[in-house]
Ligand binder design. Structure first.
Ligand SMILES: [Fe+2]
Length: 274
C-alpha cells in the first residue's frame, strides 16, 4: 500500500505578494503531475484540507477538473482520492462538489465531513476539524464518539486517520495558536486503545513535520503552494517562505509496517549510480 499526501493547495489564493510563486493552480498541477509519475502508482491520495483559499465553488470545480486531467481514474489504475476540509474551506460547498472525494459516512455527526473507507487492507478515517469562521480547529465529543465507534469496529486492523489540523504542537507559536486547540488527549487515548493506527496524516502547518500521538506517527505534509517560515522564537510573526513543495509518500506492508518519505516536486539532477 502506497499513500501519497498533498495538502493545502489554497486554490484561488492571490499570490502577488509572494514573488516567484507560480500561482496555487500551477503549483497543485505540478504536485499532481509528480504523484502521477511515481512508480509504482500510489494506491491512495489524501488531500488534507485548505483545498481552496476562500471556499468558492469555482475553485472546488477547478480542483475536480485538475484531478481528472492529471491522474488516471481508479478504474484505470489511478489512486483513490480522499479529502477532508480545512479552515479555509467551506465544508458544505466542498462536500457538494467533491462528493466522490468526500464520501461522508451515513452515521457521521450532523454537518461533519467524517469518512471511513476500507481500501485494500487499510482503513482510512477522515476527521473534520473545521470550526466555521475560525482558523483554529476542534474535534468535539460528538466526533470523537463517532471515531471511537469506528476504531472499535476495525480494532487492531491497519488504519490511517487523516485531518487538517495536526494533533501535535509544533513550537511555531503563531501556527500553534490556530492549531487543534483541544481534544488531542482523548484522540491519543483512542489511537492507543485501537492498537494499529499506522499513521495520522495532517496539513495546516505548511511545513514538513513529524510527531506522534497515542503511539502512532503524525506526519504533516508541506503545502503544495507555499510554506510557513520555520521560526521557533516566542512571538515570532507569521511569514511565508517559498521552500520547495513536497509530497508525502507513505509505504505500508502488513509485515514491515509504515515508512514515511517526503518526495520533492521539483526536479533535481540525478540519479547517479554509486
Ligand atoms: Fe493552509
Amino acid at each position: 500500500m502506497l499513500i501519497a499526501h498533498v495538502t493545502d493547495p489554497h486554490l484561488g489564493l492571490d499570490t502577488t505578494v509572494l514573488p516567484g510563486h507560480p500561482g496555487p493552480a500551477t503549483a497543485l498541477r505540478r504536485a499532481l503531475a509528480h504523484v502521477r509519475q511515481i512508480d509504482p502508482m500510489p494506491d491512495v491520495l489524501l488531500l488534507t484540507g485548505d483545498l481552496t483559499e476562500a471556499g468558492k465553488a469555482r475553485d472546488y470545480e477547478a480542483l475536480k477538473c485538475m484531478l481528472q486531467e492529471e491522474l488516471p481514474a481508479p478504474s484505470a489504475g489511478g489512486p483513490l482520492v480522499l479529502a477532508v476540509p480545512g479552515n479555509h474551506d467551506s465544508p458544505s460547498v466542498a462536500r457538494q462538489i467533491l462528493s466522490e472525494l468526500m464520501p461522508v459516512a451515513a452515521d457521521a455527526p450532523e454537518g461533519r465531513t467524517c469518512l471511513h473507507m476500507k481500501h485494500g487492507l487499510m482503513h482510512f478515517i477522515g476527521l473534520d476539524t473545521v470550526v466555521p469562521g475560525q482558523s483554529y480547529g476542534l474535534l468535539d465529543d460528538m466526533q470523537l464518539d463517532w471515531l471511537e465507534a469506528q476504531l472499535k469496529a476495525c480494532m487492531a486492523q491497519p488504519t490511517v486517520i487523516f485531518m487538517h489540523h495536526p494533533p501535535i504542537v509544533s513550537g511555531i507559536e503563531a501556527m500553534d495558536s490556530c492549531g487543534l486547540l483541544r481534544d488531542r488527549a482523548r484522540l491519543g487515548r483512542l489511537v492507543a486503545a485501537h492498537g494499529d493506527v499506522q499513521l495520522i496524516a495532517a496539513g495546516h502547518l505548511h511545513r514538513p513535520l513529524v510527531g506522534s500521538l497515542g503511539g502512532a506517527p503524525v506526519m504533516v505534509a508541506p503545502s503544495s503552494s507555499h510554506q510557513i517560515d520555520l521560526n521557533l522564537l516566542p512571538g515570532a510573526p507569521l511569514a511565508c517562505r517559498l521552500e520547495p513543495p513536497v509530497v508525502g509518500l507513505y509505504r505500508h506492508t502488513p509485515g514491515e509496517g509504515i515508512a514515511c518519505h517526503f518526495s520533492y516536486v521539483d526536479q533535481f539532477s540525478g540519479p547517479f549510480p554509486i
